[in-house]
Design a protein around this ligand. Structure first.
Ligand code: RB5
Length: 148
């Protein structure tokens, strides 16, 4: 199950990306927002992050104006590694190297075709482990406040 969420700036692109994922055969849970009425990106970043951190959803997709605000909110939730992407190469690498569990992008930055490439690259990539796992473990130590 893929969790998806956006604020008002990301709403229209979120709807398109949701349909793209459904067409590709993914099960998608939409955590809002559900219209272009102005709202606050931290609310939706947290909803998707909680769904991923709890295991309810395997991965997440977030959209706001830039992708930054909503990713900052998601990254406040323990266990979340959200990366902002404006290209498919970064989207692949945040999974392969960082084991990111949420991909974020900006509706004011990327167009719909690029957004599809970004989510496809992220969802099709696998974490490479090895030295990258050691670094992800260091990230987890920061969360636990016992980084040495
Ligand atoms: C909303 O206007 C905008 O600030 C928001 O979507 C996002 O870009 C924040 O990072």
């Amino acid at each position: 199950m893929i969790a998806i969420g956006a604020d008002h700036a990301g709403y229209a692109l979120k709807e398109k990306v949701k349909q793209h994922l459904i067409d590709a055969g993914y099960e998608v849970k939409d955590y809002g927002t559900y219209s272009e009425e102005r709202c606050d990106y931290p609310v939706f970043g947290k909803k998707v992050a909680d769904a991923v951190a709890s295991g309810e959803c395997e991965k997440g997709v977030l959209v706001c104006g830039t992708g930054v605000g909503i990713s900052l909110a998601a990254n406040k939730v323990k266990g979340i590694r959200a990366g902002v992407c404006s290209d498919a190469t970064t989207a692949r690498l945040i999974k392969q190297h960082n084991n990111a569990n949420i991909v974020a992008f900006g509706a004011r930055i990327v167009g719909e075709e690029l957004a599809y490439d970004i989510v496809d690259a992220f969802l099709n990539a696998e974490f490479l482990g090895g030295r990258h796992a050691d670094r992800v473990a260091l990230l987890e130590q920061i969360e636990e406040e016992n980084f040495k």
